[in-house]
Ligand binder design. Structure first.
Ligand SMILES: Cc1cc2nc3c(=O)[nH]c(=O)nc-3n(C[C@H](O)[C@H](O)[C@H](O)COP(=O)(O)OP(=O)(O)OC[C@H]3O[C@@H](n4cnc5c(N)ncnc54)[C@H](O)[C@@H]3O)c2cc1C
Length: 408
């Protein structure tokens, strides 16, 4: 195998290399049928059957962070983030919906893996792994997206239960999930001197989809088709045993969960970009114009060169971040750089590839047209690009101040 094969990079262990090979074989065989599902019932059916198929193949065991697949390095977490990113990259290259299903089984059950009691883990995680239950992560609200600490949904303690009131929006798997990890206020919001709401007083709960008082208030049709909804919680009573971790620790839990899965968003972006690049490379060799092929023009070669360089850089940053996380190192800055670079680069690569397809590129049902839609939300969710820039800036300043102090 050539060192140009990313799996040969030193970021990976032999187990990751074997995983990459098995994944490719499985995805090639199983994912072509679901590619391109657009209407809601077909998407919902595909989500359920993909979750079961992934469970049977063993991929979703990586979602629940039980440590079974932890790589050889001393790891600070039970998740194998390189494996998660590899799986998302491979699935996204074959079928964005498959990537979505896998990602949500991980993100939606992540708070249970990280902070659930033993009975909660026992009740939910095996069903996530087998695909018998679909998971959802319910953090965002109409008035709390990027500024998520401002969330208003409340959870009032009443004996051995909590009563939830409020709304959650942009919830992936909303309407088809079997349970939701819901973040809600158990304490009064506190304003900081700068006017922002502080992150204290938030707790997390597992709410079953059939819990009385939980309803789907609105279903959305995102440009990359997948279930997406706004939830309303009204007098929604859940047993206190459904709480994840300690009261008031919910915001930290949400951030810890996102911290695990953010690098994998970069992995998915790589897969979408690679798919576009491969399609462009093959198309330019075939498309004839002016007595030559499109590939013969230097402008085309320049475009391919830019795409290849961006893709390579994004992949290196992504797996560097995943490798650092798997070593248990604090890698907030590297993870933010990876998420920002991979998603922004993928958008540009897909756009360039679409340009090379000319009119065909914008026709509904064409692969490039679908990729153009599939990539867009990755620059927004799990921290928009602007939020990643703020994180990177904050980390840079923090470390430069630390250095200045060391020099005093
Ligand atoms: C397809 C999709 C799926 C999603 N799935 C889920 C889910 O499963 N669960 C869940 O809880 N949420 C989910 N979300 C919500 C997602 O996390 C939010 O959309 C995201 O946090 C942004 O919040 P917002 O949409 O309210 O935009 P806003 O917070 O209003 O931000 C709008 C824009 O403002 C800019 N911005 C933000 N902060 C700053 C700043 N400090 N300085 C300058 N500019 C800034 C960014 O460009 C940002 O995109 C999903 C979103 C999408 C699009």
């Amino acid at each position: 195998m050539s060192a140009r094969n990313p799996l040969e990079w030193p970021f990976f262990t032999p187990a990751h290399r074997a995983l990459g090979t098995r994944l490719e074989a499985w995805a090639g065989e199983h994912l072509s049928q679901t590619t391109g599902a657009e209407d809601a019932p077909a998407v919902e059916r595909a989500c359920r059957s993909l979750a079961v198929a992934m469970g049977e193949a063993g991929w979703t065991t990586y979602c629940v962070g039980n440590g079974a697949h932890r790589s050889a390095e001393p790891s600070g977490t039970a998740f194998d983030i390189r494996a998660l990113a590899l799986i998302r990259e491979t699935f996204a290259r074959h079928d964005a919906l498959a990537d979505f299903v896998f990602a949500m089984q991980g993100l939606g059950s992540g708070p249970i893996s990280l902070a659930g009691s033993a009975p909660l883990k026992e009740r939910y995680l095996p069903k996530v792994v087998s695909g018998a239950a679909l998971a959802a992560f319910a953090l965002s609200e109409p008035n709390a997206g990027s500024d998520v600490a401002a969330l208003e949904c409340s959870a009032r303690r009443d004996g051995d239960t909590y009563v939830l009131e409020g709304q959650k929006t942009w919830i992936s798997n909303g309407g088809i999930a079997d349970f939701y990890c819901v973040f809600a206020r158990t304490g009064e919001p506190q304003r900081r001197p700068d006017g922002a709401v502080s992150a204290e007083g938030i707790s997390a709960f597992v709410v079953d989809a059939d819990a009385p008082g939980l309803e789907i208030a609105e279903r959305f049709t995102p440009m990359s088709p997948h279930p997406l909804a706004r939830l309303r919680l009204h007098a929604c009573r859940v047993p206190a045993t459904q709480r994840l971790g300690d009261e008031g620790e919910g915001f930290k839990l949400a951030m810890r969960t996102l911290d695990v899965f953010r690098t994998t968003v970069a992995g998915a972006a790589l897969g979408l970009a690679q798919c576009a690049f491969d399609a462009a490379l093959s198309h330019v060799g075939e498309r004839r114009m002016f007595g030559r092929t499109l590939a013969d023009f230097q402008l085309t070669q320049a475009s391919l060169a830019e795409m290849a360089a961006e893709l390579d850089a994004a992949r290196l940053l992504t797996y560097r971040a995943a490798w650092l996380r798997d070593r248990g190192e604090a890698a907030t800055q590297e993870v933010a750089i990876a998420k920002m670079t991979a998603t922004e680069s993928a958008q540009r690569i897909i756009d360039r590839a679409l340009q090379l397809f000319g009119g065909r590129g914008v026709v509904r049902g064409e692969r490039l047209e679908r990729l153009y839609r599939d990539i867009r939300a990755l620059r927004i969710y799990e921290g928009a690009t602007e939020v990643q820039k703020l994180i990177i800036g904050r980390e840079l300043l923090r470390s430069s101040r630390g250095r200045r102090v060391e020099h005093v």
